[in-house]
Design a protein around this ligand. Structure first.
Ligand code: ZN
Length: 228
C-alpha cells in the first residue's frame, strides 16, 4: 500500500515480491495499482474528485521528442550506469516540465531498492517524491538479486513520480492522491513515451474495492488478448 507522510510519497508495489521480477514489468506495475480512499474533509474531497475525474492529459509533450528521450533512457539503463540514467531521466523531466510550464523536479537515481519485510509479505520501494524538496528518487536495481530493473518499470515509476509533481505544481491537487484520474494521466505519458499504437492501448478498467478502486487486471488482459 502507498504510504503517506507529510512531505513524502513512497511507492510500494505489493505485487513484486523480493527476488521475483515480473515477466511483464508493466503488468506487474499495473496489477498492484489501487487508488487511495477518498478523504473525509469536504475540501480535500472536492480536490480528490476533481483529480479522479481528470482521466486524460489535455496537453501532451511533443511525442517525437519524448520518445527520443525515452529511447536514450533505455540505452542508459542497459549500461547499468546510474549517472547516465540520471542524465537521461533529467532530460525527460526537463521536457515534461517545459510542456506544463512548471519547475523541473530534481532527480536522484539510486541503486538497490529498499525492501520492507513483515509478516504479511515483502515490499520493494520503486520510487518516491519529496514535496518540500520537489525531488524524485527512483531505484534501478531489484532488492534481492540486485539486477538492473526493467526499462518499462523504471520509465513508469519516473512518470508516476512526475505526475505527483505535476499535480502539485500544475494542476492544483496539493495532496496529489492516487485516483483513477491520476493513474490515467500517468498512463497517457507512459504510452506516449513508448509510442504504443492507439489500437493496442486499452483504457484502464477499474473495479470497486470498498471506497477505493483497483485495476481490473483480468478485464484489461482479456480485452488485450481479444484483439489478436
Ligand atoms: Zn504515487
Amino acid at each position: 500500500m502507498p504510504e503517506f507522510g507529510d512531505a513524502k510519497l513512497k511507492e510500494w508495489d505489493s505485487d513484486v515480491v523480493a527476488g521475483r521480477e515480473p515477466l511483464r514489468p508493466e503488468s506487474g506495475l499495473l496489477r498492484g495499482v489501487t487508488t487511495d480512499r477518498p478523504p473525509r474533509s469536504a475540501e480535500a474531497r472536492r480536490a480528490f474528485e476533481a483529480s479522479d475525474a481528470l482521466t486524460r492529459l489535455v496537453v501532451l509533450p511533443n511525442a517525437h521528442d519524448l520518445q527520443a528521450r525515452a529511447a536514450l533512457l533505455e540505452k542508459a539503463l542497459a549500461t547499468g550506469d546510474q549517472r547516465s540514467v540520471r542524465v537521461e531521466g533529467e532530460s525527460i523531466l526537463e521536457l515534461l516540465a517545459r510542456t506544463y510550464e512548471i519547475t523541473t523536479p530534481r532527480l536522484r537515481v539510486l541503486g538497490t531498492r529498499p525492501r520492507k519485510v513483515w509478516e504479511g509479505g515483502q515490499f520493494e520501494l520503486f520510487g518516491d517524491y519529496d514535496f518540500q524538496e520537489k525531488r524524485i528518487r527512483i531505484w534501478m536495481r531489484t532488492a534481492v538479486l540486485e539486477k538492473v530493473t526493467s526499462y518499462r518499470g523504471l520509465l513508469h515509476t519516473l512518470l508516476h513520480e512526475f505526475c505527483h509533481h505535476l499535480d502539485r505544481e500544475g494542476l492544483g491537487f496539493l495532496e496529489t492522491p492516487h485516483t483513477r484520474g491520476f493513474h490515467g494521466r500517468v498512463d497517457d505519458l507512459y504510452h506516449l513515451a513508448l509510442a504504443t499504437p492507439p489500437k493496442s492501448r486499452r483504457p484502464l478498467v477499474w473495479i470497486r474495492m470498498g471506497s477505493a478502486w483497483r485495476i481490473d487486471w483480468l478485464k484489461l488482459r482479456t480485452s488485450r488478448s481479444g484483439d489478436r
